[in-house]
Design a protein around this ligand. Structure first.
Ligand code: WT7
Length: 659
């Protein structure tokens, strides 16, 4: 771990579950939580085996729960077979949910469209029949590059129904990232839309796909399916491109789900790691779905008439687990929102909660912080102007929620009566790992509390030794769990190297630092690698650095995160130009050009907020860029530590910016 870990502020407030909430909860009281935890610890095979039999429908029952013989390549329920889409949709046709709304979709412009489980099932079947009609089969891979929509969810489910492994690329990523992923997963199918609508603006998607497919190594892609969202103009390649509505047209409303092995890859999702290239996190079918469903039921205390709204995009794992799979398998009615929280104004979320009578609201700290700011700037958009009495539970995900934002969320959105579940997890974990059970766990603002039953964690030092309470260290997960990452797609060695370093004796390295308090509550302190968290999105510092260095004007670059009250971190880049250092007059133009470059190459979310220029980067004698010092510069701080051990201490004084 680089540098000392600062001690985090000690938050003393504790919020016990309200007696009525506790009484009605599925897991009620800490004794119930402890009992589940004990049960899982004593006999994990029975715990997970029973859960998998109770909660999932199998086509071929499994006889083994966990195969550890090739650890860390764990196999769960591996001689069993099932179909994920059958478990998310067909099961609801005969359990009383058929006519219940599965999705209430609200478009950017406010148009609302509702589909029941029966209708969604039929839609998924028609799409699956259409995709199968184009010749796609189990084992193929599809890239999805789509806006938030019923269609996108239906396409993911249709892939799952056919055993096609999907990889969703967030619509905010650029052509370049899209191309990289199409090549890496060796996709033969791409599903996209003409455009996406955000905040009243149309953003082309199909055009980006066309550009990506014009790039090298994309020859496997035979077909592109296009959902007509906006009616905007698109270029068309006959024979390759198909409208979604045309391939659906005339198809049967039923489609036999294709049974797949438990370990069959349901999806691959790319995430930033500590080296340049994003990693394709490969998830399983059975273990993943089991935990996505179980954790959804536990952590959100799901009830049959809940209206659940997760504001995440389906391009992130949160959207996979708590929109498309876990919550759908749990039979929840869900709100799906196309737009942005600030359009037409910053009251949009509260207005939607009021109109749709949302009972469970799950969002990110960055959204909360930006809405706090907006509601003080424009008080008419504050939550107090809306009737939010339908809410009974609030959730947070993506980054640490600072206690002030937690308390605001609890008071102003939750009216002081809704538990706030702060859920810590990762793309790699598939589902929640540390999170309160709202009818049991006393809450401490800023802490993601305790591991869920079945999950074992620890905080350790570099040598893998457990650290005492109050000491910061590496957060690790010490036992395998069903929804864990199976491998890095196409790079098993990287999987082992990134997540199972030998010092840890088999434990999974999360990449986060944390400390436990005297109640065993976990306080996440941040990443231990160069991964930045901007608006809850994980960005690889090295990835942005490599992109900057690929620009013709750049010789060297370093990227750091500067704490930001709204976005968590802001990207700050330090650049050594190839040619002469720009003067104050030229620096803004070069900074602008570099920003546009990063936006085009990686995507708008990676665009540096500030750029500094220098003749050289401050380096250690072994040639490592001292990002720790750059971070201080980025914060406009004073460098007090001794810099005489640097190769070139002078480099620091010559930096100029920010631009
Ligand atoms: C990283 C994972 C989890 C789905 C969305 C992000 C940070 C996530 C919390 C939380 C503190 C959190 C961690 C983690 N993170 N949730 N509740 N408290 N930090 O998935 O893109 O894979 O990012 O997000 O640093 O490692 P992801």
């Amino acid at each position: 771990m680089s540098g000392a870990i600062d001690s985090i502020l000690v938050e003393k407030r504790v919020f016990e579950p309200a007696p009525e909430f506790k009484a009605a909860a599925a897991v009620s009281g800490m004794e119930a939580y402890q009992a589940l935890r004990e049960q899982a610890r004593r006999d994990p095979d029975t715990f997970w085996g029973d859960a998998a039999r109770d909660m999932l429908v199998w086509r071929k029952p499994f006889t083994r729960v966990l195969d550890e013989s090739d650890a860390p390549f764990y196999r769960w329920f591996d001689d069993g077979e099932l179909n994920v889409s059958e478990n998310c949709l067909d099961v609801h046709l005969s359990n009383g949910n058929a006519d219940k709304p599965a999705i209430v979709f609200e478009a950017d412009d406010g148009r609302v469209q509702t589909v029941s489980f029966r209708e969604l099932h039929a839609r998924v079947c028609r799409i699956a029949n259409g995709i199968a009609g184009l010749g796609y089969r189990k084992g193929d891979r599809a890239i999805l590059y789509m806006p938030m929509s019923i269609e996108a969810i239906a396409c993911m489910q249709a892939c799952a129904r056919l055993g096609i492994t999907h990889s969703v690329v967030f619509g905010g990523f650029s052509t370049k990232s899209l191309h990289q992923r199409i090549v890496d997963v060796q996709a033969s199918l791409v599903i996209t839309a003409d455009e996406q609508m955000r905040g009243g603006r149309a953003i082309p998607l199909k055009a980006a796909v066309d550009e990506a497919l014009a790039g090298p190594d994309t020859g496997r892609v035979r077909q592109v399916i296009v959902y007509r969202r906006s009616g905007g103009r698109v270029d068309w390649r006959d024979g390759r491109d198909h409208w979604l509505h045309e391939i659906e047209d005339g198809q049967a409303d039923t489609c036999a789900p294709v049974p797949v092995e438990a370990e069959h890859p349901l999806f691959i999702l790319y995430t930033s790691g500590s080296t340049g290239k994003p990693k394709g996190v490969q998830h399983s079918s059975a273990g993943y779905l089991l935990w996505a469903k179980m954790s959804a039921q536990w952590v959100f205390d799901a009830k049959p008439d809940d209206v659940f709204w997760c504001t995440a995009d389906i391009g992130w794992v949160t959207g996979h687990s708590y929109i498309v799979y876990g919550t759908m398998a749990a039979g929840l009615t869900q709100i799906v929102f196309e737009g942005v929280p600030t359009y037409p104004d910053a009251g949009r979320f509260w207005d939607m909660i009021q109109r749709h009578k949302v009972t469970i609201f799950y969002t990110a700290p960055t959204a909360i912080r930006s809405l706090i700011k907006a509601s003080s700037a424009a008080p008419e958009t504050a939550p107090a102007n809306y009737d939010l009495s339908s809410l009974r539970l609030l959730g947070s995900v993506g980054e640490p929620i600072n206690p002030e934002a937690w308390v605001w969320y609890h008071q102003h959105v939750g009216g002081g009566r809704c538990p706030v579940v702060d859920t810590w997890w990762q793309t790699e974990t598939g589902g929640h790992i540390l999170a309160p059970l709202p009818g049991a766990t006393p809450l401490k603002p800023g802490s993601c509390t305790l591991p869920l039953p079945g999950i074992e964690i620890d905080v350790v030092d570099e040598a893998g030794r457990s650290l005492p309470e109050g000491k910061g260290g590496y957060l690790v997960i010490t036992r395998p769990w069903p929804a864990m990452i199976r491998t890095v797609w196409g790079d098993a060695e990287r999987y082992v190297k990134s997540y199972f370093p030998p010092e840890l004796g088999g434990a999974y390295l999360s990449g986060d630092s944390a400390q436990l308090d005297s109640d065993g509550y976990c306080w996440i302190m941040g990443r231990t690698d160069d991964v930045l968290s901007v608006s809850g999105h994980r960005l690889g510092g090295t990835e942005i650095e490599s992109t900057l260095v690929a620009h013709e004007a750049v010789a060297e670059a370093a990227v750091v995160g500067r704490p930001d009250p709204v976005t968590g971190e802001a990207v700050v880049a330090f650049v050594v130009p190839k040619d002469e250092l720009p003067g104050e007059a030229d620096a803004p133009a070069l900074a602008g050009a570099l920003r546009d470059w990063v936006m085009r190459e990686v995507g708008p979310i990676a665009k540096p907020r500030e750029i500094w220029f220098g003749n050289a980067m401050p380096k250690t004698r072994s040639g490592k860029i001292m990002r720790r010092l750059l971070r201080i510069v980025a914060e406009n701080g004073e460098i007090t530590q001794d810099t005489s051990t640097l190769e070139n201490p002078d480099a620091l004084n010559r930096l100029h910016g920010p631009y």
